[in-house]
Write a protein that binds this ligand. Structure first.
Ligand SMILES: [Zn+2]
Ligand SMILES: [Zn+2]
Length: 336
């Protein structure tokens, strides 16, 4: 059984999941060339026809022609978290532990093994965002002890992908991750002092400045953050204040699909399909929208490897400047 332990010095939590060591790592040499992926793969549990390799199917969005499916939600076969064993924590000597309470789902984004978000239609990406929103809401509704839901996507082996078939993941936890409570405290202090949302002020600063802005549509702004931790990091931020991704409007979800697709196409054009992770940062355990928290998507390409300097100093070393990254991303797409 998995277990969560707290680092007594930093109060950060680590999940121990020894079963995940048995996960298939289908990163055979011929498959690392992603541009040569086949449309389906005999060994892939996410490809149609291989359903016997899935634990079950939780939800399916049918294809437009009613033949087959567009995307599918399944339980993670090697879950890090599970709702089966309750949320109880315990002391072990001087240390604190917690049960691995939560939800761990996989969102299979397409029946096609070689699809990827930049090659999906706008409508297909829109349907994926709809599925994100559905599962996000459901994780809170179905599990009363859940206090944080995180949706993320790993792309490429350096970003932690064990299967190439396009997929995202959702985890819901009974513990608020340390970095989230830290961000929330900073945002609350800023609001108490200025009576303003910190991210709304970031938007008001970035838009007119423009030096780090990469893309804008009616409801979203995409930019390289002022203190980007890694080269070409991007934030996609809704212009309307809201703390809860689950309360995004239909038009916001449509505009978000376009902005997300745009960002990943820019990576392809500029960086040649890099490995990356993206995460939806959202804050919805509170019953109402909060004026000081603002949801957003953070994307980090995996172009550099953290080393002893980062571990020792707690500071990232970014070998590029955010303003130069933004200029490159703006330019490359205008050539497409
Ligand atoms: Zn597949
Ligand atoms: Zn705001």
């Amino acid at each position: 059984m998995n277990e969560i332990r707290q680092d007594i010095l930093t109060e950060q939590w680590t999940i121990y999941a020894p079963e995940r060591a048995q996960r298939p790592h289908i990163t055979k040499p011929q498959e690392t060339q992603r541009e040569h992926l086949p449309g389906s793969a005999a060994h892939c549990p996410f490809c149609p026809g291989n359903e016997s390799r899935l634990p079950s199917i939780i939800q399916e969005i049918p294809a437009d022609d009613d033949k087959g499916w567009q995307n599918r939600v399944v339980p993670n076969k090697y879950p890090v978290l599970t709702a089966e064993d309750g949320i109880a924590g315990a002391r072990r000597g001087i240390y604190l532990t917690a049960a691995p309470y939560g939800v761990h789902e996989v969102i299979i984004e397409s029946p096609l093994h070689d699809k990827d978000i930049p090659t999906m239609s706008e409508k297909e990406v829109g349907t994926l965002i709809e599925t994100y929103a559905m599962r996000y809401g459901q994780a809170y509704r179905a599990h009363s002890e859940v206090v944080a839901v995180v949706i993320f996507r790993n792309h490429g082996s350096h970003a932690g992908t064990s299967l190439h078939h396009p997929h995202s993941q959702l985890i819901a936890t009974g513990i608020i991750p340390h970095h989230i409570s830290h961000e929330e405290r900073i945002a609350k202090d800023y609001y108490d002092l200025n009576k303003r949302c910190i991210m709304c002020d970031v938007l008001e600063s970035e838009r007119p400045d423009g030096a780090r802005v990469v893309f804008e549509n009616s409801l979203f702004l995409t930019f390289v953050p002022f203190a980007a931790k890694v080269p070409f990091e991007l934030w996609i931020v809704p212009k309307r204040h809201g703390s809860d991704f689950g309360l995004a409007s239909e038009q916001e979800r449509t505009d978000l699909a376009f902005a997300l697709c745009d960002a990943l196409k820019r990576y392809q054009a500029t960086l040649g399909n890099p490995d990356y992770n993206y995460v939806i940062h959202s804050y919805s355990r509170q019953p109402t929208e909060l004026p000081y928290l603002h949801w957003y998507i953070q994307i980090q390409p995996r172009l550099t490897t953290p080393a002893g300097f980062e571990m020792g100093s707690g500071m990232h070393v970014n070998p590029s400047l955010p303003e130069d990254n933004a200029a490159a991303l703006r330019q490359e797409c205008s050539r497409q």
